[in-house]
Write a protein that binds this ligand. Structure first.
Ligand SMILES: [Zn+2]
Length: 92
């Protein structure tokens, strides 16, 4: 994976979740737009300065921690999908 600046933020200010750690972070006009790309060059997404400035080991731990949380969330969603589903009546 590679993290690099690709252009500059052109919006005045936007809150965006980091593609790596999922923490919302602020992008302001003129800030470097940090994005992560996989080793094959596939776009992963915008990256917060915390991830971009962390060391290799810390970043690896962040990625593994997020993967663990996503796996837990996926398990919860799959459990819910297996339960009976009740929906509110549709409005007429
Ligand atoms: Zn991050």
């Amino acid at each position: 994976m590679e993290i690099r600046a690709e252009g500059r933020v052109e919006l005045v200010c936007v809150l965006s979740p980091c593609a790596l750690c999922d923490t919302p972070f602020e992008l302001a006009d003129g800030d470097p737009l940090l994005v992560a790309r996989s080793g094959r060059g596939e776009l992963v997404g915008r990256v917060c300065s915390g991830c971009a400035s962390s060391g290799e080991e810390e970043l690896r731990e962040r990625l593994l921690e997020r993967a663990r949380r996503l796996r837990e969330r996926a398990d919860r969603l799959e459990d819910l999908a297996c339960e009976e589903i009740r929906l509110p009546p549709l409005r007429e």
